[in-house]
Design a protein around this ligand. Structure first.
Ligand SMILES: Nc1ncnc2c1ncn2[C@@H]1O[C@H](COP(=O)(O)OP(=O)(O)OP(=O)(O)O)[C@@H](O)[C@H]1O
Length: 276
């Protein structure tokens, strides 16, 4: 885990605030502060994400979206405050426990991040093999099932990442992110680098997987079409914290220069019109 300047990163006693239906939120971030040296990136940042949401994080460049995502993944520790995932304080979790928790979430990195020396099959199988608990037959069946879920037939199993198009790399990376049947999926710029048609079909795939698997999704994206098509709520990062969070239509009404620029420029208006 990489270190920011840590002062007292911990959660208040007493456990998670329950949601309206009495369940524990999937993600609960409380009074989070992130400092690199003297530079404060986040301050008094709060965010709760409930089961089944697709929450998109947006904000200007350098507002700390990626850092926040990495903190939710347990890859970075905040300087202060609390990050609970499935009710567990992950900044206090031991490396071993964090590894177990990681099996409950999947991550799709921006560039796909496939192992270039491994075939499609082996890339998807890798998280399953790391469990050291599944037989080769079970892994084979599960890999083919995950490939099928993302629209890749068995004929692609022995291909190398260098043989794949950008859209296929994203699909393989998504199959790998889903390998351990996570309840929570993190997406970093899922449609970056895809042309509009591929982007649209990848969005449709995420939408159907979200529905079928009952996933909770946390996404960082600059792409307004992707944002509007997928998000059940949007959280806007500015001035070191979440300045607005809610359904798209509510957030875009919020009176803030970043929100006006980002959502109500020409591109934003076109994307909104396409949604109506
Ligand atoms: N390990 C680090 N050490 C020092 N500064 C860092 C570190 N990681 C991130 N930062 C700084 O924290 C700030 C937030 O970075 P982050 O990558 O989270 O921004 P972002 O909102 O994702 O930006 P973008 O939209 O441009 O990708 C940046 O100013 C970055 O330089």
């Amino acid at each position: 885990m990489s270190e920011t300047s840590t002062e007292e990163s911990s959660c208040p006693n007493g456990g998670s605030q329950l949601t309206l239906d009495g369940s524990v939120p999937v993600v609960e971030i409380t009074n989070l502060q992130t400092k690199f040296g003297r530079t404060v990136i986040h301050n008094e940042l709060n965010l709760t994400i409930e089961q089944g949401e697709i929450l998109s994080l947006v904000g200007g460049s350098g507002t700390g979206k990626t850092v926040l995502l990495r903190q939710m993944l347990g890859l970075e520790r905040p300087s202060r405050g609390c990050v609970r995932i499935f009710g567990e304080d992950i900044s206090q979790a031991s490396a071993e426990h964090l590894q177990q928790l990681r099996n409950h979430w999947g991550m799709l990195f921006q560039q796909g991040a496939l192992y270039s020396a491994l075939t499609v099959f082996d890339n998807v199988a890798q998280p399953m093999r790391e469990l050291h608990a599944l037989s080769p037959e079970l892994i084979r069946a599960a890999v083919l099932l995950k490939m099928n879920m993302v629209g890749l037939g068995p004929e692609h199993a022995n291909k190398m990442p260098s043989d794949l198009s950008g859209g296929m790399i994203k699909r393989v990376a998504l199959a790998r992110a889903l390998a351990l049947e996570p309840q929570l999926l993190f997406l970093d710029e899922p449609t970056a680098g895809l042309d509009p048609d591929l982007s649209e079909s990848f969005v449709a795939l995420i939408k159907s997987l979200h529905r079928e698997l009952g996933l909770t999704v946390v996404m960082v994206t600059h792409d307004l079409d992707t944002l509007f098509a997928l998000s059940t709520r949007i959280a806007v990062l500015a001035e070191k914290h979440v300045i607005a969070v809610g359904p798209t239509r509510e957030v875009i009404q919020f009176d803030h220069p970043f929100i006006k620029d980002f959502f109500l420029g020409d591109r934003g208006k076109r994307a909104l019109e396409a949604l109506e």
